[in-house]
Design a binder for this molecule. Structure first.
Ligand SMILES: *Cc1c(COP(=O)(O)O)cnc(C)c1O
Length: 444
C-alpha cells in the first residue's frame, strides 16, 4: 500500500521554512496547516483570523524540555495566552511566567498549579501582588527596592514567599532598542554596576518572610546568538560568588529569562537552542567550579520561540491601489492585531493563499485598514501581480506578540483564534463583537 502524500509541488520547500511543520499545499496555491486548509478556516471563522497549530506549540515545548533536561522551562505568557495555551504548556511539563493579575487569573482558573508560576514585572500593582500571594505563586521576581518591604508586609504571618531578584547584567542584546532589557539605563531590574542589586539583596535577606532563591535576568527579545547569554552567566555567577563571600548564602536557582530569536522570513537566523543549552551549561559549570559554588538549577523563560512560529494570521484583501510607484494591498486587519511592524519596523513575508495565480510576482506594500499611514504590515514584498480584493493573504510566524499586544484602535474588534490539529479546527477565542464593544461602555 502506498500513502498518498502530495509533495509541495508548487512551492520551493525553503519558502515554507518559517511555517509550522505541518504546513502542506494540498492544491496549487492553497495552504493547509494542521491538516486544515487556511481558506476553509477563513470561510468558517471569518477574517482576520489567527490560526494556532497545537502540534507546533507542543513540539516546541518538547524541544525545550529535550534541550534543557535539567532546567525548569517557564513559558512567558505575555507572548500569547489563552486557556488552551495554558493547558498545552502545562501538559508538556512547562511552568508559566506571568506579569499581571490578568495572566495569573486566566492560568490558575484554567487549572494551572500556582506553584509552577513565576510573577515578574517592573511595576507590579497592589492587585497583582495580592492575587499572587493569595493564589500562592511559586516565585515573585523583585524588580525594585520599594517592592521589598511592600511585598514582605503583604505576606501573611507564618508564611514565606519565594522571591528572585531581577538583576541588570549590563549586557546589550536583542532585535531592537525597544526590546533590549539587559542594559543599564532602561527601566527593568537593579544594576550590578552601581551596587543597587547587592544593596537590595541585603535588604531581602533581612526579611524573614521572603526567601531568596536566586538571581533573575532577561536580556531582551529576538536574540539570535548565544554569546550575550554567556556574558550574563559570567556576570551573575560573579555576583553569586560575592554574595556567598559577603553573606555566606548559596542561591539554589538562576533564571536567565527568555528572548530566544526566531526567523520571521525564510533565510533569517534563529537562536540555536541546542548550542544555547550546551554552552550555557558549560559556562555555568565552569564559573561555579571556579567560584567554589554548587551549580544552581537553571530556569529559562521562552515566549516568542514557543508560540511565534505556531501562529498564522489570515486576512482578506479589501482593496488594491496603485499610486505612483507603489501598489498598496490593504487587508481587513493591521496594527490593531499586529503592532510589531509599527513598533519595531520588522518585516514579514505574507503569501497569497486560497487560489493559484500564474501571474508574475510584483512588489507591493501590504497595509492594514487603520487610520495611520504607518499601518504597514509588510513593505516591498512580492505578491502575484494579479492580487485583488477578495483574495486571502496569510502571514506566518504570527503567534507571538500580535494578539497579546492587540488594541481596540478604530474599534474594529480583536480577531478570533482557532486551533488546528489533526485535520480539525476549533475556536479558542471568539472574535470581539460589536456587542462587546458596545457593552463595555456603561456611562453617559
Ligand atoms: C518578555 C519576557 C520573556 C519572554 O521573552 P521572549 O522574547 O518572548 O522569549 C521572558 N522573561 C521575561 C522576564 C520577560 O519580560
Amino acid at each position: 500500500m502506498t500513502t498518498v502524500h502530495e509533495p509541495a509541488l508548487h512551492t520551493p520547500a525553503d519558502e515554507l521554512s518559517v511555517w509550522p511543520a505541518s504546513t502542506t499545499e494540498p492544491r496549487a496555491g492553497d495552504l493547509a496547516v494542521g491538516g486544515v486548509p487556511l481558506a476553509e478556516i477563513a470561510d468558517r471563522f471569518g477574517t482576520p483570523v489567527y490560526v494556532l497549530d497545537e502540534s507546533e506549540v507542543r513540539e516546541r515545548c518538547r524541544t525545550y524540555r529535550h534541550a534543557f533536561p535539567d532546567a525548569e522551562v517557564l513559558y512567558a505568557a505575555k507572548a500569547f495566552l489563552c486557556r488552551a495555551m495554558v493547558h498545552w504548556v502545562g501538559e508538556e511539563g512547562l511552568g508559566l511566567d506571568v506579569c499581571s493579575a490578568g495572566e495569573l487569573e486566566l492560568a490558575v482558573t484554567t487549572g494551572f498549579p500556582a506553584e509552577r508560576i513565576l510573577l515578574h514585572g517592573n511595576a507590579k500593582s497592589p492587585r497583582d501582588l495580592e492575587l499572587a500571594l493569595r493564589l500562592g505563586v511559586g516565585r515573585i521576581v523583585i524588580d525594585s527596592p520599594s517592592e521589598i518591604a511592600r511585598l514582605a508586609a503583604a505576606v501573611g504571618p507564618g508564611r514565606r514567599q519565594k522571591v528572585m531578584v531581577r538583576v541588570v547584567p549590563g549586557v546589550s542584546a536583542g532585535g531592537h532598542d525597544k526590546i533590549r532589557t539587559g542594559t543599564e539605563d532602561q527601566k527593568f531590574g537593579m544594576s550590578l554596576r552601581d551596587g543597587y542589586a547587592q544593596h537590595a539583596i541585603a535588604r531581602i535577606l533581612d526579611q524573614p518572610r521572603l526567601e531568596l532563591t536566586g538571581l533573575h535576568c532577561h536580556l531582551g527579545s529576538q536574540i539570535t546568538t548565544v554569546k550575550p547569554y554567556l556574558a550574563a552567566v559570567r556576570r551573575l555567577v560573579g555576583l553569586m560568588a560575592r554574595l556567598h563571600g559577603q553573606h555566606g548564602i548559596v542561591l539554589p536557582e538562576l533564571d536567565l529569562g527568555g528572548g530566544h530569536g526566531i526567523a520571521y522570513r525564510p533565510g533569517e537566523p534563529a537562536l540555536d537552542l541546542t548550542a544555547l543549552a550546551r554552552q550555557v551549561r558549560a559556562e555555568l559549570t565552569a564559573g561555579c567550579a571556579a567560584a567554589g559554588l554548587p551549580v544552581p538549577r537553571l530556569i529559562i523563560e521562552p515566549g516568542r520561540a514557543v508560540v511565534g512560529p505556531a501562529g498564522v494570521a489570515v486576512y482578506h484583501v479589501l482593496s488594491v491601489k496603485h499610486t505612483g510607484e507603489h501598489t498598496f494591498v490593504a487587508v481587513d486587519g493591521g496594527m490593531s492585531d499586529n503592532p510589531r511592524p509599527a513598533l519595531y519596523g520588522v518585516p514579514y513575508a505574507p503569501r497569497l493563499i486560497g487560489r493559484h495565480s500564474a501571474a508574475a510576482p510584483a512588489p507591493v506594500t501590504v497595509v492594514g485598514r487603520h487610520c495611520e499611514a504607518g499601518d504597514v504590515l509588510a513593505a516591498d514584498v512580492a505578491l502575484p501581480a494579479d492580487v485583488r480584493p477578495g483574495d486571502l493573504l496569510a502571514v506566518p510566524v504570527a503567534g507571538a506578540y500580535h494578539l497579546s499586544m492587540a488594541s481596540g484602535y478604530n474599534m474594529v474588534g480583536r480577531p478570533p483564534v482557532a486551533a488546528v490539529h489533526a485535520g480539525h479546527a476549533r475556536l479558542l477565542v471568539r472574535r470581539e463583537s460589536l456587542d462587546d464593544i458596545r457593552s463595555r461602555d456603561v456611562g453617559l
